[in-house]
Design a protein around this ligand. Sequence first.
Ligand code: AP5
Ligand code: MG
Length: 190
Amino acid sequence: MLNVVIFGAPGSGKGTQSELIIKEYGLDHISTGDVLRSEMKNETELGKIAKDYIEKGQLVPDDLIVNMLAKVLDSKENSKGVIFDGFPRTIPQAEALKKMLNERGTDVSIMLNLQVDEDELIKRLLERGKISGRSDDNLETIKSRLEVYHKQTAPLADFYVKEGKHTAIHGMGTIEEIFGRIQEAINALN
Ligand code: AP5
Ligand code: MG
């Protein structure tokens, strides 16, 4: 199995690059952000809880996310591999992912860490906010998402360095240029 963790700050291009990776490598996609937004839209219990965190730009508690992910992962049995987008975001989530994959006889193959300048991130998210309808694409929430990313999520890079899975990807330039760098990294795995 080819299991890819796509990692990076809000607006770094995780969702955009995931779509291209899925097409090229035939992987399944799990975006915890997308799952949460769908729960919010359907006004489920989880959606109602998640809404407050998402609108403040804070992380949804680990136990809720890990339970949610386990269910989605079980629905992807017999898959060629999975791209994890926006998960893990904390050390406990990374440990839980490792355990879940190991129990299924597999592991993370590579972690792609998209590196994008802060002003470019803000520019992209404000631009997207004009059309996305996402309740967190406004300047105030973007700022807190970036702060949360630096404090709680960025330190996770070290976890994957220690696992020997970390690959930094220069995330500036055109979507195609960045995808080229990602393909090089994935193709170098075999
Ligand atoms: P999530 O949905 O994961 O959002 P995020 O991390 O803030 O990232 P985005 O989806 O905003 O950006 P992206 O990196 O996917 O970039 P994109 O490709 O869209 O999480 C939302 C919230 O849910 C969190 O804040 C948290 O509350 C909660 N949550 C989710 N997962 C969680 C977890 N595991 N634990 C706890 N809480 C969790 O690109 C952005 C824009 O830029 C797009 O408009 C795109 O078209 C454009 N763009 C992309 N590439 C380029 C380029 N090269 N040049 C110019 N524009 C570009
Ligand atoms: Mg995204």
